[in-house]
Design a protein around this ligand. Structure first.
Ligand code: C2E
Ligand code: CA
Ligand code: CA
Length: 754
């Protein structure tokens, strides 16, 4: 029964003091035992009543004691009276103690005037009306309520009050005592607690996963799971709690269970938190990646009986990771593995482990680049996809197919039965590709590198593979379509490296080698006069001798060294032109070979025109030879580049006409001056009957378009006869002269000028 007077936060001693104070008050005005019981509890009331009889001390002494306690109590006390039940005035205050004044901020005098309902917050007054009514009617012996008082400054103060009837004398009035404790602080804490609970709730319900607390047992029996559980697992909170429908352990994909248990055990043993990624299987049976972060809860006796943590869905991240991983290892067009994957594969399988022999079989495609430029990117992508599929169909379990370069496919073969197996793969490739590629006019070559027991560096192997497959590609059209990488190629590879080194040294003004020009006369058929010269580059390296441009020009193009080296070739050729002027030859034409890379460089034309002016030579005496394959790119673009050069008087000749991509039909669209008919057609003139040769057609067509025709590689009289008969304009070839150095070219000129 004591509980009725218990107010939170008061210790037993204080309560006793208050009780004594009240009892003193009651002593002054004896009270009915029931009221006393309601206020103090049965036993206390009884004790008090008994005490009353036996106490002989003076009333004054008692009153003093009452005043002291009433005045010093750390709790607000009011004794008020209203009219008897049924009367309307109910809130008159009889007396208050200083603590109460302090709590509500009014003085005793003000309070006696105001009454308690005036200082009670209107909302709470409403709430209090009912229990107060019941107290008055005797339905209840007392009531406890939390309510707000409004202080003079308008602020509110929360209080917990206990109200009980008490009889303090004015018999016609109905009296009661009210004990008041300021609980503003507690209310503040409560509301911030409520707020933090609320935000925790918001956090938990929006978690991309769930928070949990579970037993540290084999099932991970869940004691609490947050609402996100259902979204994460498909199971409701209830079905997971206490493993009612399923245990968390059973949600984990079986292949991870052991690992998760092991990691948790370790984390608990070392007092660390657990963090792990694994898959769960949802109610619908789908696998989902989750990330769990948790910690053991250490009980008072030091054991970890429960665990607590978060399980978050990381499906999206895992998918992205998988995508990234996929993209980093695959070619996006064909879906095959890419170079990086192959390199790693080579590093693990061929890095000199002395294990099984492995081999690389590369398939290189030609002219796809040109198709891409002619028919568009998508078209060539389609061809690539088609080829990828065809090759994929040839894969056996030990084969891995990659596409490592634009248009270079590679089979990596782990442990093969010998050259025969590789050959038969090459045959199968040929079989498979012949139809689709031949129709597209695309050539291909197959290069094979066998990796011996001593293995090899991935980069080195792939370079060899490129060399051998490019060589195989050059042989396209001949009987054998595959080539094995051999010692000779190794030597050649080494030679190419030396040349490359020398070329870059020359480009930077160093090096022991020499890049120079030789000149081959071009003869006018009609009168046998020298029309001019073609400048042809030579490279001389002390260790290797004189190297053909057929070998080093492609290297300069690959390494982009053609840009600086091409510039010095132009300057050297123009210098020779100047020398011709000095010797009195003003009307000759000097032809310079220009590679596509040079021409496509933005500043090519203005630079050339500037150089021509600076060197005091005439544009009319210069012819640029460009191969026709360059026009396959975008002839309008090439025409645009050539225009200012032609306007200045420079002539443009199409070199190697008939071997490249462009057709006769295309030729009319090219804004050029001459065609140089390739040696291939001239060679045919010696053993094909005249009426079957198309050379005459080329000549007449070129004439119709207003172009002059030069035949190159003329070695025999019969060829010259044919060309003369069909009106070819000029010739060039060993029949007249081989390319010669400057001195001999000048000598030739003086001998052949009348
Ligand atoms: P090209 O422009 O078609 O040059 C003609 C090639 O045929 C030259 O080979 C020449 O020496 C050779 N030739 C001429 N008449 C005969 C003949 O009657 N019989 C035979 N068998 N061959 C003959 P070269 O000098 O080895 O040049 C090869 C190619 O290298 C040239 O072919 C040209 O495409 C390229 N090239 C040469 N010099 C340069 C240069 O300065 N810049 C660029 N970009 N390419 C060059
Ligand atoms: Ca040429
Ligand atoms: Ca040529």
């Amino acid at each position: 029964m004591m509980r009725q007077l218990l107010i939170h936060g008061l210790d037993a001693k204080t309560i006793h003091l208050i009780q004594s104070a009240v009892s003193d008050a009651l002593y002054v005005r004896p009270v009915a035992k029931e009221t006393l019981e309601a206020a103090l509890g049965e036993s206390d009331a009884l004790a008090l009543v008994q005490e009353q009889g036996s106490i002989g001390e003076s009333i004054r002494e008692r009153a003093e004691r009452f005043d002291a306690i009433f005045g010093q109590a750390p709790i607000g006390i009011t004794i008020s009276h209203g009219l008897s039940p049924g009367d309307t005035i109910i809130d008159e205050i009889l007396t208050v103690n200083p603590k109460f004044e302090e709590i509500v901020g009014y003085s005793k005098e003000q309070l006696l005037r105001l009454g308690w309902s005036a200082i009670t917050h209107p909302e709470d007054l409403e709430r209090e009306r009912e229990p107060f009514r019941r107290l008055l009617s005797g339905e209840i012996p007392s009531y406890t309520i939390e309510k707000r008082y409004v202080r003079p400054d308008g602020s509110t103060v929360w209080a917990e009050i206990v109200v009980a009837p008490i009889n303090v004398g004015r018999d016609d009035y109905y009296n009661h005592i009210c004990l008041v404790q300021d609980i503003s602080q507690r209310k503040l804490i409560e509301s911030s607690l409520k707020e933090s609970e609320r935000s925790k709730g918001v956090l938990l319900s929006h978690l991309p996963g769930m928070a949990y607390r579970c037993k540290n047992d084999a099932d991970w029996t869940m004691l609490y799971v947050s609402p996100g559980c259902e979204r994460l697992t498909g199971y409701s909170q209830e079905s997971l709690l206490n493993s009612r429908e399923i245990s968390f352990n059973d949600l984990i994909a079986p292949s991870y269970v052991q690992q998760v248990h092991r990691d948790w055990k370790e984390a608990i043993a070392s007092g660390l938190s657990y963090s792990g990624e694994y898959e769960i299987i949802t109610r619908l049976g789908e696998r989902k990646w989750v990330w769990e972060l948790g910690q053991g809860i250490v009980s008072e006796n030091g054991t970890v009986d429960e665990l607590e943590g978060l399980i978050l869905s990381i499906n999206y991240r895992k998918r992205m990771e998988a995508d990234l991983l996929y993209h980093s290892r695959h070619d996006l067009v064909t879906g095959l593995y890419n170079r990086r994957h192959l390199e790693e594969l080579l590093d693990t399988t061929c890095a000199g482990r002395g294990g099984e022999h492995c081999a690389l079989v590369a398939v290189n495609l030609s002219s796809l680049h040109a198709s891409a430029m002619t028919y568009g990117y998508l078209y060539s992508q389609e061809i690539l996809k088609e080829v990828a599929q065809q090759l994929q169909a040839l894969c056996k379990p030990a084969y891995t197919l990659s596409v490592i370069h634009e248009y270079q496919f590679v089979f990596h073969i782990q442990g093969y039965a010998g050259k025969e197996e590789l050959k038969s793969l090459a045959d199968a490739v040929r079989e498979q590709l012949s139809t689709p590629l031949a129709m597209e006019g695309i050539g291909w070559g197959i290069g094979i590198v066998e990796v011996g027991q001593k293995g090899g560096d991935a980069q080195d192997l792939l370079r060899k593979l490129l060399v051998v497959s490019e060589q195989a590609l050059q042989r396209w059209g001949s009987e054998s379509t595959h080539l094995f990488f051999d010692e000779q190629m190794e030597t050649q590879l080494y030679r190419e490296e030396q040349i490359t080194g020398e070329l870059s040294a020359i480009a930077s003004g160093e090096g022991t080698g020499r890049l120079y020009l030789v000149y081959q006369p071009v003869i006018t058929i009609a009168d046998g006069s020298v029309a001019g010269f073609e400048a042809l580059a030579r490279l001389e390296i002390p260790a290797l001798g004189i190297i053909s441009p057929l070998q080093f020009i492609p290297i300069t193009e690959r390494t982009k060294l053609i840009i600086p080296l091409g510039d010095s070739i132009i300057i050297e050729a123009l210098r020779f032109l100047g020398t011709l002027y000095k010797r009195g030859y003003e009307g000759l034409t000097l032809s310079i070979n220009i590679s596509a890379l040079q021409l496509l460089k933005k500043e090519f034309s203005p630079n050339l025109l500037r150089t021509i002016r600076a060197m005091g030579v005439k544009a009319q005496n210069i012819c640029l030879e460009i191969t026709e394959s360059i026009f396959a790119a975008n002839y309008q673009e090439i025409n645009r580049i050539l225009k200012p050069l032609r306007n200045a008087g420079i002539k443009i000749a199409i070199d190697d006409f008939g071997t490249g991509y462009s057709s006769l039909a295309r030729e009319r669209e090219l804004e050029v001056d001459c065609l140089k008919v390739d040696k291939f057609f001239i060679d045919k003139l010696s053993h094909i009957s005249e009426d079957r040769s198309i050379t005459s057609d080329i000549i007449s067509m070129a004439h119709k378009l207003g172009h002059c025709v030069i035949a190159e590689g003329v070695e025999e009289e019969v060829q010259l006869q044919y060309l003369a008969k069909h009106g070819c304009d000029k010739v060039q070839g060993y029949l007249f002269a081989k390319p010669m150095d400057e001195e001999r070219a000048l000598q030739y000129l003086s001998q052949h000028t009348r």
